[in-house]
Ligand binder design. Sequence first.
Ligand SMILES: *Cc1c(COP(=O)(O)O)cnc(C)c1O
Length: 484
Amino acid sequence: MEKQETLDPSDWSSIREQGHQMLDDMFNYLEHIRERPVWQPIPQETRALFQESLPQQPGDLAVAHQTFMQDILPFSVGNAHPAFMGWVHGGGTPVGMLAEMLAAGLNANLGGRDQIPIEVERQVLQWMRELFNFPPSASGLFVTGTSMANLIGVLVARTAALGADTRRLGVEAADQNLVAYASAGAHISIAQAMDIAGLGSDALRLVPVNKQRQMDIAALQLAIAADRAAGLTPFFIVGMAGTVDTGAVDDLTALADISRQEQLWFHIDGAYGALGMLAPDIAPRLHGIERADSIAFDFHKWGQVPYDAGFILVRDGMQHQAAFASPAAYLKREARGMAAGSPWPCDFGPDLSRGFRALKTWFTIKVYGAEKLGQAISNTCALARYLAQQIEYNSELELLAPVSLNIVCFRYRCADSDRVNADIVVQLQESGIAAPSTTTINNHLAIRAAIVNHRTCRNDIDALVKATLAFGKTCCKNAANGKR
Ligand SMILES: *Cc1c(COP(=O)(O)O)cnc(C)c1O
C-alpha cells in the first residue's frame, strides 16, 4: 500500500512522550500557581515573537511547546490565579482542562446529527431546567458567552412579538416600534443585542436604580406607561441577576409580576449570578428567576468551567426554535441514520458548526457535583463580606457600593481620588500581588474586586488590602507633590 503523508505523526511514541510532558507542565502550572505573579507586564521582545511571517516549513512540536511555556503562559491575564479579581472572570479547574483535551481529540461538531455528544448537551440542558425549575418543554443552547445569550434572548422575544414573518421582512416592515427595559446597571451587551437585532440601542430604556443599585420599579412602570402613550410597543424587560459593576440583583419577583401584567418577555441577564442557584444561601436572593421567559448565563464565570461556555435557557422551546430554524437542503433531517435526532442545536441559534462546550461542563458538574460548586460560590460571597469588613476597619479606605454578592467597590481616600485610585490599581496589577480592575460608582472611580475564583482565600484578600494601603499612601503623597 502506498504510504500517504497525513498530519498525523509517523512516530506516535514521540508525540505521546511530548504530550505527557505538556500535560505535566499544565498540572505544575495549576499546582504551583500561587507562587507566580497574577500578571506581569509583557516585554517588547515577547510581543515581537508573534509578529513573524507565515511559516512554510514544519516546525518542531517541542520547540512550539517551549515557546508556549516561556512566552505565552506567563503573560496571560492570570484569571486562574487566586489573586485575580479583575472584571468577572472564572478560574477554571484541572477537570475542565482535561475534558477540553478529550473534546478536542474527539473533534465533535455539535451543530446537529445523531450523536451522543448532543445528548450530553441535552443532559446539561436538563440539569439547568431542574436548577431553575423550568418545564420539560424549555430549550437551551451552549453559546460563547452571555453577550451571545443576551442577543439570542432579544431575537427570540423580537420574533415572538412581531411574528415569524419579521425574519423574512425585517423589523422595518412591522407596524410596531419595540422598546425594551433594563436597569442603568445593565451590561452593555444588552444594548448591543438591541442594535444587532435591528431595533436600535436607543430602544433600550435604561431605568434608574435605587440605593441598592436595583432597577427602580416605580420608574420602570412610568417608563412603560410613557412609551405606550407615545404609541411605542414595550416587549422586553431584562432583570439583572448580578450586575457586572456591583453585583446588584434586581427585584426579580416584581419584574416578573410587571412582565405578566404588561405581557412583556421577561429575560434575565444572570451572566455570573444565575448559578448562585447552586448555593443554598444565595439562591433565595434570586427568587423570581424561575418565572423568567429566558435566562442568559455563563458556566465560565461562577461555574468555573474553562472558557468559553455561555448558555441560553428559553422557557418555550417552540418560540426559541421559531426564531432560528431554517430549511436547507444539505441539512435535511431523517427518522433514522446520522441525520436523525431533529431538532438539532443549529435550530436554536445562529451557529451551525459548534464545538463540544457541553463536555467540559458535564465533567465539571459530574466530578465536583452541584453542592461543591455551590460551596465555591458561597465562599466568594463570604470573602467579599470579609473584604468589606476590612475596608470598614481601615479609615483610609471607603466602600463605594453595597456588597450584594461577590463584588466589592471601594477607594483609597485621598484628595485627587480618581487619579490616585486608578494609579493604585495599575500598581497592584504591575506588582503581581493582586489584580482588581476599576469601575465608576456615582461618578467616583472605584477599585473593583470581583471575587469569582474558587482558589481565592482570606490571605489573598489580606494581601490586596495591605498592598492597597501601601500603594495608596505613596500614590496619594505623590499626587499631593504633583508627581505621578
Ligand atoms: C460577563 C457579563 C456579561 C457578558 O458575558 P460574556 O460571557 O463575557 O459574553 C453580560 N452580563 C453580565 C452581567 C456579565 O457579568
